[in-house]
Design a protein around this ligand. Structure first.
Ligand code: ZN
Length: 247
């Protein structure tokens, strides 16, 4: 049986001397592992569309639950981000997170749109990488069921809480002590909080339409990263590599 899907290449793994396995993020089927025959040979017609982070249309042949690529056409290669190591590394981190958050046979149209939007954003010159990273991390967390409670201090309801509890995903004033959570708290300012609310609640098309100063951006990016890794209870080799580029 043949089927045609559009997907983003999240990972490319060598299968043998000639073939490779691709992990794709698709709207309809979620995460999908497909075999790319002959991809490792020189001049493979599949080469362009099967690169890491490429978005393409794939015609697949399905036999007993195994998929093989019959034809692949690149829709968007995100060429500008391939020219800069930091942007490429950040995109690779997004792909690793998307792979962890997506599941086979579970449609993920929103996660796919978010990843596409963020890869497009990395190709733009006018957006700071920190902003794109914060948007991806927080929005991906929300899409995967880890939406933080940002309405106010969870104990007294105050609208100007000073801390964010990474494990509980909730806000707290410095004077309100919660005995329930022993998790790590990070400081938040009203500007960071406003940006977080925007990212969690805005229309997906407007996701980068906010501006914050450098200091706020720094705090926001640290917080979204810490929140995502705390909620998922893991680190990411691709994130470590991205951060090592700034040491
Ligand atoms: Zn309070």
């Amino acid at each position: 049986m043949y089927l045609t899907i559009q997907g983003i290449v999240l990972r490319v793994t060598d299968y043998n001397d000639r073939d490779a396995l691709l992990t794709l993020l698709t709207r309809r089927y979620g995460k999908l592992t497909v075999k790319a025959r002959g991809l490792r040979r020189k001049n493979s017609p599949l080469a362009a569309a099967c690169q890491l982070l490429a978005y393409g249309e794939f015609t697949l042949f399905e036999y007993r639950g195994q998929y093989t690529i019959n034809e692949a056409t690149a829709i968007e290669l995100f060429t500008p981000l391939r020219r800069e190591l930091t942007k490429l590394s950040l995109g690779t981190y997004f792909a690793q997170v998307a792979e962890i958050l997506s599941q086979e046979d579970m449609p993920s149209p929103e996660l796919q749109s978010l990843l596409l939007n963020c890869l497009h954003a990395l190709c733009r010159l006018d957006l700071p990488e920190k902003q794109i990273k914060a948007v991806f991390e927080l929005r991906a967390a929300c899409l995967s069921g880890y939406t933080p409670d940002l309405f106010g201090c969870h104990l007294c309801g105050s609208q100007s809480p000073e801390r964010f509890d990474l494990s509980a995903g909730q806000l707290e004033c410095i004077h309100c002590r919660s005995g329930e959570s022993q998790g790590i708290r990070m400081p938040v300012t009203p500007a960071v909080l406003e940006a977080m609310r925007f990212i969690c609640l805005c229309n997906p098309k407007k996701i980068f339409s906010f501006y914050v100063g450098e200091e706020t951006m720094e705090m926001l990016a640290k917080l979204t990263e810490a929140y995502l890794t705390t909620q998922l209870e893991r680190g990411f080799s691709t994130l470590d590599f991205y951060k090592s580029l700034f040491l």
